[in-house]
Design a binder for this molecule. Structure first.
Ligand SMILES: COc1cccc(CN2CCc3cc(OS(N)(=O)=O)c(OC)cc3C2)c1
Ligand SMILES: [Zn+2]
Length: 260
């Protein structure tokens, strides 16, 4: 009883997974202290080339909603930046809060944004499958984009309009043409550091590329995220909000910036 009590204490209420990974040295998310980040002049610009027709569907996986892509060929890829290889787009999703005061996973100088977009890519040059890449130190590259409250975002609206169809956990809707580069700021500046997935399996396989500039979305668009449910149809409704992992210790890591 004692050990299970201890374990239960350490489990995150959201997905019953450990808050800290035993022996974890590069967990995510982290606070990005702007003045502690180190400008690296050798960082290249990140090159993003997505084919909008690789978009497949949106599904509510009970933790967020994922927009998944056909990653059977090198049709939607990123290259450059801190990356040694090119990486294929697998899916993107968001994390958000119940209110605008919090919701992002990463913070900048301890400031939360109301939401954060993650575009998940995998190293198909080195690994045969996404599942294998998830387990390897250089397996994944995730672009993080902060969302702030402001003007209506035209590109996001097509996605928002589809959300009522994936209100419940394990629902899916076809979504067949979407170019996620409309959600990425044109400003090239980013921070980068070695981290992990922030949802199970929490593996330390992610090169994080966090864009300095946020995108603006309006209140109605954030509210649309908040009307999704963690729960399946027929279960007692639990609103899908606050689906972000707590900040993790920086430990022996340096955050590099692509800008001075
Ligand atoms: C070996 O473990 C897996 C193999 C294939 C697919 C998955 C599920 N996948 C992992 C990557 C990931 C990563 C996710 O978020 S994040 N913040 O990028 O870590 C996520 O947020 C909803 C969902 C998923 C789903 C796990
Ligand atoms: Zn994420």
């Amino acid at each position: 009883a004692c050990c299970s009590y201890r374990l239960r204490d350490a489990l995150h209420p959201l997905w019953q997974s450990p808050l800290t990974i035993p022996g974890g040295t590069r967990q995510s998310p982290i606070n990005i202290q702007w003045r502690d980040s180190v400008y690296d002049p050798f960082l290249k610009p990140l090159k993003i080339s997505y084919d909008p027709t690789t978009c497949l569907h949106i599904w509510n996986n009970g933790y967020s909603f994922l927009v998944e892509f056909d990653d059977s060929a090198d049709r939607s890829i990123i290259v450059g930046g801190p990356l040694e290889n090119q990486y294929r787009l697998k899916q993107f999703h968001f994390h958000w809060g119940a209110i605008n005061e919090w919701g992002s996973e990463h913070t900048v100088d301890s400031k939360f944004y109301p939401a954060e977009l993650h575009l998940v890519h995998w190293n198909a040059v080195v690994y045969p499958t996404f599942e294998e890449a998830v387990m390897e130190g250089n397996g994944l590259a995730v672009i993080g984009v902060f969302l702030k409250l402001g003007a209506h975002h035209e590109g996001l609206q097509t996605l928002v309009d589809a959300l009522p169809a994936v209100k419940h956990k394990d629902t899916v809707i076809e979504f067949d043409v979407f170019d996620p580069s409309c959600l990425i700021p044109s400003c090239p500046d980013y921070w980068t550091y070695a981290g992990s997935l922030t949802t199970p399996p929490l593996t330390e396989s992610v090169t994080w590329i966090i864009k300095k500039k946020p995108i603006e979305v309006d209140e109605n668009q954030l509210e649309a995220f908040r009307m999704l449910l963690f729960t399946s149809d027929g279960e007692e409704e639990k609103r899908m909000v606050d689906n972000f992992r707590p900040l993790q210790p920086l430990m022996n890591r340096t955050v590099r910036s692509s800008f001075q």
